[in-house]
Each structure stands twice: as C-alpha cells, then as structure tokens.
Design a protein around this ligand. Structure first.
Ligand SMILES: O=C(O)CCC(=O)C(=O)O
Ligand SMILES: [Fe+2]
Length: 478
C-alpha cells in the first residue's frame, strides 16, 4: 500500500505522509501509521491509497521541503485530551513547591516567575533501584515581555502576509534555520534590518531588543541564537485545535508569546510531565505579550477549546549558538544524553541516532542503548519507541525464527512497560494485542478490555471505538 497523502481537520493538510517518507524518519512514520487508527475523532481522510513510489517521489518534489520533526516537532502522537480539562501550572509562591523562585531583573519591575515541573514519569519505586534522572525542568514566565501594540501588530502582519496560506493554514514561518524566509537575510548578521517585509521588520527589533536578551539571560547562555520563528494560529471555530504533545527537538530553548488576549479563547499551551495525559497542566497566560520560556526537555502541546476568538502565538526556537543554527545540529541533546543529565535528552538522542537526524550518524544499536537507559528510568515514550524498533527488527526475514521470537518477546515487554507508565498508544496497542492474540500472547478479552479502557480514559478514540462495537468482541472476529 502506497499511501500518498493524508489530510486532517476539515480537509486541511496537516502532516502529509510524504514528509515522513522524504525524511526517512521511520520512527515517526511507524507511530504515524499506527496513529491512523487514532484519528477517528479528528476526521482524518485517506485521500488516495494506491500511488506508485515514483509518483510519490514526484509529488514530494513539488512540495516545499519540510522537516516533519521540526515544524510538527516530535509528536508523541495524537490523543484527544479529556474534555474535563486539567489543572494549571502555578507560578511563584502560589505553589507549594519550595523550589519556586521569583527573580527581579531590568529596572526592578521585570518579574520573572518560575515553576519547577514535577517528575511524574519516575516509576513509584524507582528511587530505591535507580535514580530517575529527570533533571530540574522549569518554565519561566515573563508578563508583558512584549507590549500590547507589538503583539497585535505582529498578529495583524502575520494575517496580512499570506504566510498562513503558503505553508500550512495554522503556521506562518517567518525565520527558518536562521534566515528570514522572505528576505534571505541572516538573522545573526548585524545591521541591515529588513525593510520591505512588514512582518520581518516588525519582528527583528523585538527579537534584538527584547526576546533574545531575555532568553539569553534566563538560559545563562550569551550565544543563544534564533533558529526559527513562526506564528501559529488556532481556530476554536473548527471545533478544537490541538498541537499534540511533543518535544521541540530542534531547539535548545523555546519562547512562546501570547499575541492576542488569552481570555478570548479557552485552553492554550500545556505541559505534560508524564506519559499519561492526566499529568498535563495548562500554562496560564494573562495578557497579550506574556511570554514563557522552556528548554528542550519539556514536553508540551496546545489545546484550544471553544472560544470566541482564534488564538495566535509567536514561537521562537533557539539554537545554543550560531554554529548549531547554521549546521542544523542539536549538540546539546548528545551532550546531555552522554552526561546522563536526563531521560529526555537520552530519548531525543536515541531518536536522532535511530534515524540519523540533525547531524547524528545513524546507529540503531546506540539508539537502543539510550532507549533502554531512559525506559529503565521511567520514560514511557522511550519504552514505546524501543518496542516499535524491536518489533520492526522481529519482522525481518534475514534473521532466524528463534531470533524473531526473542525480538518479539522483548518488543512486547517494552510495550507493557510503556503501557504501565501510562502512555495511551501503548495501552491501546497492548489491548489490541490481547484482544487479537498477537505477538505470541494468548487472546484474553478481559485483559484486552482493561488496557483499552485505560487508553479510552485518556481520550484514545480508537480504543473507544473497539470497546463500543460489540461485533468486534465476537470470537469469530479474531
Ligand atoms: O503555540 C504554542 O503555544 C506553542 C507551539 C509549539 O509548541 C510549537 O510550535 O512547537
Ligand atoms: Fe513546541
């Protein structure tokens, strides 16, 4: 089956499959294909399903080159969040957490709030066996980093620019890999502010005088360099607009600025501190111009529920220095993985090693080692990706039957581990495995229902569908 093109919400192209094929990102691809089942609620349409590979290649040539794991970031997959919503991050002394700090900078009025994120993914008893090694992850919040005028001018310029239509209806890319898209101007070179393009000429002084200095100060890294800048739009009129939980895997740090009044829509940015969607916490913004900064190790997403107006956000992705922007590499991921700094760095390094991304040589053995290391320390997504990798290896015809069985068993073990950690996709797949009796397990409807119900509780549409369709529970269906 050659799948040619996939369309998401309201027929608008979201993550066309050839982006994944072009980039040979097999891990994302596998998760994506598995994800097809999960989009029942979001009206995924399979437009054409029988193109030849050469037609696929030709089609992709006509499309603007795109790095899927960059603008779509590294998705943990789509799970529609529970309708009940979730708690908010609490800033400063509102929070019981003793490590919350308040820092004054600039003229004394510049308050930066910090919220240290909890460590929800460490398995309950892990501390006695292994250190969990989720490093100190934090969110930094600057009320009114941009003025209301600056925010609204940027929003208007983005809407007028036509960039939303050009690339993706929800994403206007202003700077890519350190270059203003319409100017061919280097962000890092000084002088010659772009003049002909409204959006670039508005953004550049704001970056230079406000956003970049703030980000450099918070990260304590004077070399921090803008890699990408984009304006995203989320339209609650289209039911609900989400950006699935993900890591910004090409950015050392990210700044998000609310461009329009956050009280005009419901929901927005959230962080997810564990594998289960019940570890989501929304990030409260009060006014246009408010900004949040996080590093690459913070998993997050966006969920905009019904509201009167669209949500517009300015997203800036930073490299740690100019060199990383120019060479499109992410050396901090490797460094922190090798330093055993966190499970998040180890996970991202494993992904890059598995698929040879961002200047990292493809090394599947190394990828496995880092996935194992992170999953041993409680990282559900690592266990899930490792399970996928082992499953793929088990399907190879070049290995003995015995080896195939061993790999299949290992794959199942890591699938169970990630399901236990709370990852909805893993719970769903484990449920299906028990229902159908795949991967050498005995079919068991009771165990199948147990896992499918846990996934359903997290908003997993495909689990829900299976559970609610009696015909799929007849023995003849197996
Ligand atoms: O729109 C936002 O608030 C955040 C978007 C985001 O996470 C991203 O573009 O990577
Ligand atoms: Fe992001």
């Amino acid at each position: 089956l050659q799948i040619y093109h996939l369309c998401g919400w309201n027929g608008k192209c979201r993550y066309p499959l050839h982006f994944f094929l072009q980039n040979k990102d097999s891990n994302c691809l596998l998760a994506f294909i598995r994800g097809l089942n999960y989009h029942a609620k979001s009206k995924i349409l399979l437009l054409r399903a029988s193109k030849t590979s050469s037609e696929v290649a030709d089609q992709s040539k006509r499309t603007k080159p795109f790095t899927p794991s960059k603008f779509a970031a590294l998705m943990a997959g789509e799970v529609s969040s529970p309708s009940s919503g979730f708690d908010s991050i609490r800033w400063d002394d509102e929070d019981d957490n003793a490590s919350i700090v308040r820092r004054r900078g600039g003229g004394g009025d510049d308050v930066v709030h910090t919220a240290v994120l909890p460590d929800d993914e460490a398995p309950p008893n892990s501390s006695s066996i292994l250190p969990s090694l989720h490093n100190r992850r934090a969110l930094y919040y600057h009320p009114s980093l941009l003025t209301k005028d600056e925010s609204s001018s940027l929003q208007k310029a983005a809407e007028a620019s036509g960039l939303f239509e050009e690339f993706d209806s929800r994403c206007a890319v202003v700077i890519e890999d350190g270059m203003y898209q319409d100017q061919d101007k280097d962000v890092v070179s000084t002088g010659n502010a772009p003049s002909s393009s409204t959006i670039a000429s508005l953004l550049r002084p704001i970056l230079d005088t406000t956003i970049v200095p703030w980000a450099r100060e918070i990260c304590n890294t004077s070399s921090l360099t803008v890699a990408d800048a984009l304006i995203r739009s989320y339209d609650p009129a289209e039911e609900r607009q989400d950006l699935a939980t993900h890591y910004d895997n090409t950015a050392y740090a990210t700044v998000v600025v609310a461009l329009n009044d956050p009280t005009e829509y419901e929901g927005g940015l959230f962080v997810q501190t564990g594998a289960n969607v019940n570890t989501r916490k929304s990030v409260p913004f009060s006014s246009p111009g408010d900004a949040v900064l996080h590093r690459f190790d913070v998993q997050h997403g966006v969920n905009v529920r019904s509201g009167k107006k669209k949500r517009f956000s300015l997203v800036i992705w930073f490299g740690e220095d100019e060199d990383s922007v120019v060479t499109k590499t992410v050396p901090w991921v490797r460094r922190e993985a090798e330093e055993c700094a966190s499970v998040h760095a180890a996970f991202l390094y494993a992904v890059n090693s598995q698929s040879g991304l961002y200047g990292v040589d493809t090394n599947v053995q190394l990828a496995k080692e880092y996935y194992v290391w992170a999953s041993d320390r409680g990282h559900g997504l690592s266990a899930y990706c490792l399970s996928n990798l082992l499953f793929k290896e088990a399907c190879s015809n070049d290995i003995s039957k015995e080896k195939q069985n061993t790999l299949q068993k290992q794959s199942l073990m890591y699938l169970k581990l990630s399901a236990e950690r709370g990852l909805a996709h893993a719970q769903h797949e484990l449920g299906v495995t028990y229902k159908q009796g795949y991967s050498g397990v005995q079919s068991d409807f009771e165990i199948a229902r147990y896992w499918l119900m846990l996934a359903e509780k997290q908003g997993h549409g495909a689990s829900s569908q299976i559970l609610n369709d009696p015909s799929r529970w007849e023995v003849s269906h197996l």
